[in-house]
Design a protein around this ligand. Structure first.
Ligand code: AP5
Length: 191
């Protein structure tokens, strides 16, 4: 089993690139953001609980996302590997993920960190706001808050994997297809 983290701030292209990587390398794509939006869309109790947190650009509690990921990993025991998108976002989530994978004699092979300039992140998310209907894209203030939360709470996760020598910075500026090729070169080292 080979497992990758696609990491980076809001708007860096994690979702866009993860979907394509999963398809090209026959991996299972797990996005906690998509799972949470599905819960909101289905108006479940969990969805109701997280709706306002997400709309404000804050992080959903660790126990919720860890349980979601654990159940997806369990249900896809046959997978050749996973692409984790938007998870882990805190060091506690990272340690929980490492334990989950260790229980299956697996590990994170590489963290791919998309590097994108701040103004480009904001530009992409404001542009998506015109069509997505995502509450957390609605205005510049909430977008800036998401980026701030990333810097405060999520960026330390990169340092966690850097210490484990699993960190790989990828230039996330430019054409989607060019970025995809950069990511693919890194993934191919492990497949
Ligand atoms: P999540 O869904 O993970 O969103 P995010 O990290 O804020 O990131 P985005 O989906 O906005 O951006 P992305 O990096 O995936 O880029 P994308 O490919 O979409 O999380 C949302 C919320 O859920 C969190 O704020 C939190 O509340 C909660 N949550 C989720 N996971 C959690 C966790 N583990 N713990 C706690 N809470 C959690 O691209 C963005 C836009 O740019 C798109 O329109 C795309 O078409 C465009 N684009 C992409 N690449 C390019 C390019 N190269 N050039 C031009 N445009 C591009």
């Amino acid at each position: 089993m080979v497992n990758f983290l696609v990491f980076g701030p809001p708007g860096s292209g994690k979702g866009t690139q993860s979907v394509q990587l999963a398809e090209r390398f026959n991996l299972v794509h797990l996005s906690t953001g998509d799972m949470l939006r599905d819960e909101i869309g289905a108006a479940t109790d969990l969805g109701e609980r997280v709706k306002s947190i997400m709309a404000a650009g804050e992080l959903v509690p660790d126990d919720i996302v860890i349980a979601m990921i654990a159940s997806r990993i369990d249900s896809r025991g046959d997978a050749a590997g996973f692409i984790f998108d938007g998870f882990p976002r805190t060091c506690d989530q990272a340690m929980a993920l490492d334990r989950m994978l260790a229980d299956r004699s697996a590990l994170i092979n590489l963290m791919l960190v998309l590097e994108v300039e701040h103004e480009e992140l904001v530009r992409r998310l404001l542009s998506r706001a015109e069509v997505s209907g995502r509450a957390d894209d609605a205005n510049r203030e909430v977008i800036e808050r998401r980026i701030e939360v990333y810097m405060e709470k999520t960026e330390p996760v990169a340092q966690y994997y850097r210490k484990l020598k699993k960190y790989r910075a990828i230039n996330g500026m430019g054409d989607i297809s060019d970025i995809f090729e950069r990511l693919s070169v890194a993934v191919k080292e492990f497949i």
